[in-house]
Design a binder for this molecule. Structure first.
Ligand code: SAM
Length: 413
């Protein structure tokens, strides 16, 4: 069967453009694989979340005839008047709704993509490691021994083909694991070892594992050494007790003190902020957080979550469990951004990102999607705050940036 150029390019890049590019379907595994040469992300460990499948006919029907009967039922169920916040949440949802339905329809109409989806998530493979229990860096970093923990970085020998352990592990360096900027300049992956677990560090990656209190150590000495892309996925408080196990959360006011402005490059920085659906949060970001960080020219994008069968992970109109989240894009030091190198200041073509979600709260990597909109001279500098993984050439900060670097999440090429 003939495959389209778009699909061919998707197999390579992980990005499939739909609906005149306003909608993209992404495979986060392929996006991440850009960071690796000797290893690959294990699809079965990424797509480990299981979903109840929906009847395909219903999927298509739902998107074409958004069920009126259901809406009627719901209206009957909530006769009380909505309060102000609920009203404004509903308004926000209605704005998103038709755009998301249209995006979902375009995605379902991409037949070659639909046929391929089950294969995307079901792969037979043997991942590396995983014999030992996964480390809880959040706990380790907050105990009194934290300053004593060390990680060993094993730099591969450049060319000689000797096969002995020694030849492959020359240049082993041991450095403190917490509250320490750990970086390496090797273009290839570097393998690291901590307490009987193996970690894969992508080429030229850099990380700082610490609590929020130490984040100021990342502020560059000069503002022309700052970052051109700042991706932030804060541990927002959720309100639901269900979520509490995955990681600790922080009250909103803490984020006001994140030194985002100080991390930004003097010539301009693109800020990408992930956001959940809570209405309180939207008001906070708009009125307090972005002004405090100096973020302007904000564009709204959506992340729509689908199952491997193409259906949404939840009903679009369910009030508390929307199948989408928000991604806000904005700029810092906008006045210094050279319009020549920044033609597309309004990010009109990146409105909806569709993907099959991995484990709780794991977001698709944004570097490639945002590439054309990052201000500054190449090579640009990119940082992720509250990261749980590393990327080639990026700096990652958080209290567990090594989490998904455990070798259990990788297969050897
Ligand atoms: N973007 C990540 C991903 O795709 O996997 C998820 C980030 S998650 C929403 C927020 C992260 O912030 C968690 O890893 C959590 O442990 C971390 N975090 C919570 N409190 C923190 C603190 N006080 N200092 C540093 N990191 C913290």
């Amino acid at each position: 069967e003939r495959i389209s150029d778009e699909f061919k390019s998707f197999l390579d890049s992980g990005i499939y453009r739909l609906d005149g590019s306003k909608v993209v379907f992404v495979d986060p595994v392929r996006l991440l694989n850009d960071s690796y040469s000797r290893f690959r992300i294990s699809p079965s460990s990424y797509y480990s979340r299981s979903f109840q499948s929906t009847d395909r006919r219903r999927v298509v029907e739902e998107v074409n005839v958004p069920s009126i009967s259901k809406k009627k039922r719901k209206r009957k169920k909530t006769p009380r008047d909505l309060n102000e916040r609920e009203k404004s949440a509903e308004k926000r949802h209605q704005e998103a709704r038709s755009l998301l339905l249209k995006a979902h329809r375009a995605f379902l109409e991409a037949a070659e993509l639909q046929t391929f989806l089950p294969k995307l998530v079901k792969c037979v493979e043997f991942s590396r490691g995983g014999e030992t229990e996964e480390k809880n860096f959040i706990e380790l970093g907050s105990c009194w021994q934290a300053p004593l923990y060390e990680i060993g970085l094993c730099f591969p020998k450049s060319n000689e083909g000797e096969d002995s352990w020694l030849a492959n592990h020359v240049g082993r360096t041991v450095v403190p694991l917490f509250n320490n900027l750990i970086s390496h300049e090797t273009n290839d992956e570097v393998e690291a070892e901590f307490n009987n677990s193996q970690y894969i560090l992508p080429g030229r990656s850099c990380f700082y594992m610490s609590d929020l209190r130490q984040i100021r150590n990342l502020i560059p000495a000069k503002s022309d050494q700052g970052f051109n892309l700042i991706v932030i996925d804060p541990p927002w408080e959720n309100g639901s007790a269900r979520q509490k196990a995955a990681y600790p959360t922080l009250p909103n006011r803490y984020f006001l003190y994140l030194p985002v402005k100080e991390l930004a490059h003097a010539e301009g920085a693109l800020v990408a902020l992930w956001m959940t659906n809570r209405e309180k949060l939207h008001m906070f970001v708009e009125k307090d957080l972005f002004p405090a960080w100096g973020v302007t020219n904000v564009t709204l994008c959506y992340w729509l979550k689908v199952k491997p069968d193409g259906s949404l992970i939840g009903e679009l109109d369910l009030f508390h469990h929307r199948p989408y989240e928000y991604l806000l894009l904005g700029y810092i030091n906008m006045e210094n951004i050279d319009s020549e190198c920044m033609p597309a200041v309004n990010l009109e073509d990146a409105r909806v990102i569709i993907s099959i979600p991995g484990v709780h709260s794991r977001k698709p990597a944004l570097g490639k999607l945002l590439w054309d909109h990052i201000p500054g001279n190449k090579p640009v500098k990119c940082i992720e705050l509250f990261a749980r993984e590393l990327m080639a050439g990026w700096t990652s900060w958080g209290n567990e940036p090594l989490h998904f670097q455990d070798s259990r999440y990788f297969v050897e090429k």
